[in-house]
Design a protein around this ligand. Structure first.
Ligand code: PLP
Length: 411
């Protein structure tokens, strides 16, 4: 008889988004005239930059001609894309990352999960609370945790609370952990990390032989010139960090799919016999075996992000969402709410007023303003009492949602 991976049974059944959908549907049925505005999901809304579209159309034409047709590409990505990324995303910021340390993939979601393939099962793992749920669930699936308690915390994981008191940046743990997930700019809180904060983490990781998983999916939203975009801006990070990046949020590739993972060749971890093994070799082996590369067409589209035209268009796209975020922050503050994030990030993290729970605030906003956001408690126990509003939407919807809040919402 076939058996299953029992770890899947430990997963809390995708509660957050189905529950949001259930409440929104119930409200919509009872109030068919209500025009509901959804500011809950982290998906982009604006079309692909023209430079990317043009490059992909040209690539499709090449695929239609025997002389320029491409079959399987390199599993790690085409060298021209890896070189452009190394040059513009890393070397231009003083990070000595080489093209062959960059692995192109079809998403950071998959990479942040798949990376566990090359690590052992006995690592102590730290995540922030609240957190991007993929980091937790992929560890549950891999059997790295026990059961969840009633708050949704899994036995065996080290939770590092992030809240207004610590500026939504986790305190360096007193105990020893082997793998640490950091995400800056942060989903869901919109917080950023200073160089000093990342230096502290790199120091901790090097002292303890730990590896940092640095998720920089939202780095393009950093406008403050003092903030680091990459963990490799910190000396010593090439010895202790893997970085994940994506074209999803800067260039609107959520439906097109292209991302990258940086595994420096200087990065090692211990084998069972105590020897040091290069993680680059293992990730290269993993990708070559389990992945057959991102389509040529999509990689040409991603490459166009680095053209002069592409850079200007991506910048405009990011500025558009950041302006949405500013409108959200300003209007919510005027309505008497305390907001965080939304300056170097597309997410606004709202403190629920009058001690309301995340779900009570969700209901209040839905019923009085017909606006949907995401309850903070869905991102972890320490997200209780907070609420996430996404700036990924049309200007019209953002303006309208904020107008309703200003008119109807009273703290
Ligand atoms: N990392 C974070 C923190 C995210 O919020 C998301 C998407 O919302 C991703 C990764 C996923 O990126 P991708 O679309 O490249 O899979």
């Amino acid at each position: 008889m076939a058996t299953i991976n029992d770890n899947y049974l430990k997963l809390k059944a995708g509660y957050l988004f189905p529950e949001i959908a259930r409440r929104v549907n119930a409200f919509a049925q009872a109030n068919p005239e209500a025009k509901i505005i959804r500011l809950g999901i982290g998906d982009v809304t604006e079309p692909l930059p023209e430079a990317c579209r043009k490059a992909m159309i040209k690539a499709i034409e090449e695929m239609g001609d025997r002389a320029t047709f491409k079959g399987y590409g390199p599993e790690q990505g085409y060298p021209w894309l890896r070189e452009a990324i190394a040059k513009y995303d890393f070397q231009a910021r003083g990070c000595q990352i080489d093209a062959d340390e960059i692995f192109i993939s079809d998403g950071s979601k998959c990479d942040t999960g798949n990376i566990l393939d090359i690590f052992g099962d006995n690592n102590a793992i730290a995540v922030t609370d609240p957190v991007y749920p993929v980091y937790v669930d992929t560890n549950v699936m891999a059997g790295h945790t026990g059961e969840a308690n009633e708050k949704g915390e899994y036995e065996g994981l080290v939770y590092l609370p992030i809240n207004a008191e610590n500026n939504f940046t986790a305190k360096i743990p007193s105990q020893k952990v082997d793998l640490i997930y950091l995400c800056f700019p942060n989903n869901p809180t919109g917080a950023t990390a200073t160089k000093e904060h990342l230096k502290a983490w790199v120091g901790y990781a090097r002292a303890n032989g730990s590896i940092i998983f640095f998720d920089a999916a939202y780095e393009a939203f950093i406008t403050n010139p003092d903030l680091p975009h990459s963990i490799y801006e910190i000396e010593g990070a090439k010895e202790c960090a893997i970085e994940f990046r994506s074209f999803s949020k800067n260039a609107g590739f959520t439906g097109t799919r292209c991302a990258l993972t940086v595994v420096p060749k200087t990065l090692t971890a211990k084998a069972a016999d105590g020897s040091d093994v290069e993680l680059w070799k293992l990730w290269n082996r993993r990708q070559s075996t389990k992945f057959n590369g991102v389509s040529y067409i999509v990689q040409r589209g991603a490459e166009a992000v680095y053209s002069e035209e592409g850079q200007a268009q991506v910048k405009a796209l990011v500025s558009f969402y950041l302006e949405n975020a500013k409108i959200i922050c300003d209007r919510l503050t005027e309505a008497g709410l305390k907001v965080y994030g939304g300056v170097n990030a597309p997410y606004v993290w709202v403190k629920t007023p009058n001690g309301l729970s995340s779900w009570d605030f969700f209901d209040k906003l839905l019923h009085t303003c017909h606006v949907v956001g995401t309850p903070g408690s869905g991102f972890g126990a320490a997200g209780e009492g907070y609420f996430r509003i996404s700036a990924f939407n049309s200007r019209e919807n953002v303006e309208e949602a904020m107008k309703r809040i200003a008119e109807k919402f009273r703290v």
